[in-house]
Design a protein. Structure first.
Length: 168
């Protein structure tokens, strides 16, 4: 139960009900939703945040127990332009249906102490991990679709007024 309460600290729930509860915040007006028939849990995270990395396994375990009408969406945040390649990395994985590599990036950064914070180091890591076609990765990384997803993520981040790191 403690893990779930701790996890709820990093989540912003978007509900279309008028109910109030101390474990989540109702945003008014609500954020735009991809599917108004589902409850969306937006998880704002960063590849530079150790707390986010720690919470990842808890989030994955918790997500397995959620009802079918609840959907978790991860939103990579960028507090400055130097963090944009990390947003591109996540949305490239999403676009290529390779979110399995998301946890490997966290492990590379926080366990293996690899520097993956710019395009050059990310490209090197992608080539070394040899789990994805590099040309396809690079084309997607630089694509209009990924750029559009970054703009939407930045808009959601700003709209949600989530512009600071959480401190535990």
């Amino acid at each position: 139960m403690r893990n779930i309460r701790l996890l709820l600290v990093i989540l912003i729930f978007v509900f279309h009900t008028g109910q109030s509860n101390s474990t989540f915040s109702i945003l008014n007006p609500s954020l735009p939703s991809d599917n108004p028939d589902k409850i969306e849990i937006l998880v704002f995270f960063s590849y530079v945040c150790g707390h986010c990395a720690h919470m990842e396994s808890l989030l994955e375990k918790w997500s397995e127990s959620l009802p079918n009408d609840v959907e978790i969406k991860k939103i990579p945040v960028a507090f400055n332009s130097s963090m944009k390649p990390l947003q591109q990395l996540y949305f490239t994985f999403l676009s290529l249906n390779r979110l399995d590599l998301h946890s490997k990036v966290l492990k590379a950064i926080f366990v293996e102490n690899q520097y993956l914070f710019n395009k050059k180091s990310i490209n090197k890591w992608i080539k070394q991990c040899n789990e994805i076609d590099f040309d396809k990765f690079e084309a997607t990384f630089n694509s209009f679709g990924v750029q559009s997803q970054i703009k939407r993520a930045n808009h959601l981040t700003k709209f949600a007024k989530y512009m600071q790191y959480l401190c535990f």
